[in-house]
Design a binder for this molecule. Structure first.
Ligand code: BTN
Length: 245
């Protein structure tokens, strides 16, 4: 991965550029990296704060031969790769909050956004967008993020090389992706669960239509979160905001 790298100073969103490149036949493993995004995209139609020179804003193109229902598995795979990459590059031990927020000391340092290009039920390409807060200082975050977000600099107390971290993450991604194509999701699921911070705990899951209070039990083979509600019912959560008390 990363043999072809499209490096840009300022873009609206690396996702957009990766979509365009994927549409014009860019090979699997093509990476788009930018110093700054003016319209960084987050999950659930949110913005992603992407200031200049301090973070990693990148999108990776994959072309797996899998039905599109399995695409969420790749998001979980990417989260494992980023956790392992951060572990290699720093002394930190991050955790994963379902589906793919990476937390250190309860604060979010990374978000992952997976988008698909598919025809019928076959995937044409998967664009994995990874945003990592690397060298932001405490005062750099806007007010509304201060409580929830952190950076590797804040958590380690020193600068972290973005180039090295990208390298570590790409190496991990490649290893995990190979494992996934050869053995399926099962080994990735075990790794993901070993980093998950919410399993077995009380959570609040807010979906578009309802709010469920209950215990996070685990994930299914598809990467769907299972929550046992206080009413004793098991809920399958496909997309939601999860809060840990
Ligand atoms: C989230 O909401 O947690 C996902 C955030 C994903 C942000 C990354 S930064 C690189 C890529 N380009 C974007 O516009 N978004 C993703």
């Amino acid at each position: 991965f990363g043999k072809a790298i499209h490096y840009e100073e300022t873009v609206d969103s690396t996702q957009k550029i990766a979509h365009r490149l994927a549409g014009s036949g860019a090979p699997e493993g093509t990476l788009v990296v930018a110093e700054e995004q003016s319209f960084g995209k987050g999950r659930l139609s949110r913005n992603w704060y992407s200031p200049k020179y301090t973070g990693i804003w990148m999108s990776l193109i994959l072309r797996p031969n899998i039905p599109f229902q399995q695409a969420p598995q790749l998001t979980l795979l990417a989260a494992v790769a980023v956790v392992q990459g951060i572990e290699e590059a720093t002394e930190l031990m991050p955790g994963i909050k379902w589906p793919n927020d990476i937390l250190i000391n309860g604060k979010k340092v990374t978000g992952i956004l997976t988008e698909l290009q598919a025809e019928a039920d076959r995937i044409h390409s998967v664009i994995i967008g990874i945003g990592i807060n690397v060298n932001q200082k405490n005062g750099d975050f806007p007010e509304d993020l201060l409580e929830k977000a952190s950076s590797l600099f804040i958590e380690t107390g020193h600068q972290v090389s973005r180039a090295k971290l990208i390298q570590h993450i790409l190496v991990k991604m490649e290893i995990l992706y190979k494992l996934y194509l050869e053995q399926g999701f099962a080994p990735i699921k075990v790794l993901w669960e070993s980093y998950a911070v919410s399993l077995g705990k009380e959570i609040k899951a807010s979906t578009l239509t309802e709010t469920i209070h209950g215990t996070a039990l685990g994930i299914t083979e598809e990467g769907v979160l299972l929550v046992e509600g206080h009413d004793g019912q098991i809920h399958n959560i496909y997309s939601a905001d999860i809060e840990l008390p």
